[in-house]
Design a protein around this ligand. Structure first.
Ligand code: DGL
Length: 271
């Protein structure tokens, strides 16, 4: 099997990375994808950097052993804690690694009009300082307001109940961002685009929400093209799922979020 016929491996702690996979399925329809949802170890966002490094290494190794031509870390918490280690692991296997964080920082620094950029992310991502470093490295003076949202990814992962308690919680995350006058908000967790309408309503239409999916899909396309590993001999590829937690609830949530059938494409793995 030549490498270009292998799937692209994508992983997250649960369903959040599906917001990245969604863009990949649109931008790269001919490719095969193997998505690993580590829902048995969800949430990542409240784990220590050391725990996250351990998990990310186990997952990345599991995907590399199954055979992938690229690894996509569709999780900000894992990227922030273990991006360098996974890039190293990929390099040793000759497999390129694409991650979140950098692309969203670049978009935000480019589009912000008033230079006030917000970052809404998990406690692990905020504690890592990854976004602040990425934004600082871009050479534009920015005022950055970071808000850690410990409950938001779990609310989304559990779905689909959005009651007053959820609204109050989400509003409490938006308040400091409104007070800081941000005109651009990085959704620094791949789960958050799934509640973009709620965030947009609370922040107002004038705040630009920045997500990773589109930029990641473009980065994958560029990297595969440069390695001559793009799939070009068919119109649509396949997509399959490995899940470390409950398969049925992953399939139910995933079908709703992707608006594509997942039944029969997901299997349980122990990792
Ligand atoms: N979707 C993940 C992220 O981008 C993590 C959510 C979680 O497991 O807490 O950070």
């Amino acid at each position: 099997m030549t490498r270009s016929t292998l799937p692209i491996g994508v992983f997250d702690s649960g369903v959040g990375g599906l917001t990245v996979l969604h863009e990949c399925l649109i931008s790269l329809p001919a490719e095969d994808f193997l998505y690993l949802g580590d829902s048995g170890h969800f949430p990542y966002g409240t784990k220590s950097a050391e725990e996250l490094r351990d998990r990310a290494q186990v997952i990345a190794t599991g995907l590399l052993e199954r055979g992938v031509k690229m690894l996509v870390i569709a999780c900000n918490s894992a990227t922030a804690a273990a991006g360098d280690e996974i890039r190293q692991l990929g390099a040793e296997a000759g497999v390129p690694v694409v991650t979140v964080v950098g692309p969203e920082a670049e978009i935000a620094a480019t589009i912000s009009g008033n230079g006030k950029v917000g970052v809404l992310a998990t406690p692990a991502t905020v504690a890592s300082g990854a976004y602040r470093r990425a934004l600082d490295s871009l050479g534009r003076p920015l005022t950055v307001t970071e808000v850690a949202a410990p409950d938001l990814a779990p609310i989304i992962q559990q779905g689909p109940t959005f009651d007053q308690g959820v609204l109050d919680t989400v509003r409490s995350y938006c308040d400091p961002l409104r007070e800081a006058g941000v005109d651009t908000l990085i959704l620094g967790c791949t789960h958050y685009p799934l509640v973009a309408p709620m965030l947009q309503r609370m922040l107002g239409r004038d705040v630009s929400l920045v997500t990773a999916g589109h930029a990641i899909a473009a980065a994958i396309q560029r990297e595969l093209a440069s390695r001559d590993e793009l799939t070009t001999d068919r119109i649509e590829g396949d997509y399959r799922f490995l899940v470390t937690g409950d398969v049925d609830s992953f399939v139910e949530a995933g079908t709703r979020f992707l608006q594509l059938p997942l039944a029969g494409r997901a299997e349980k793995v122990e990792l």
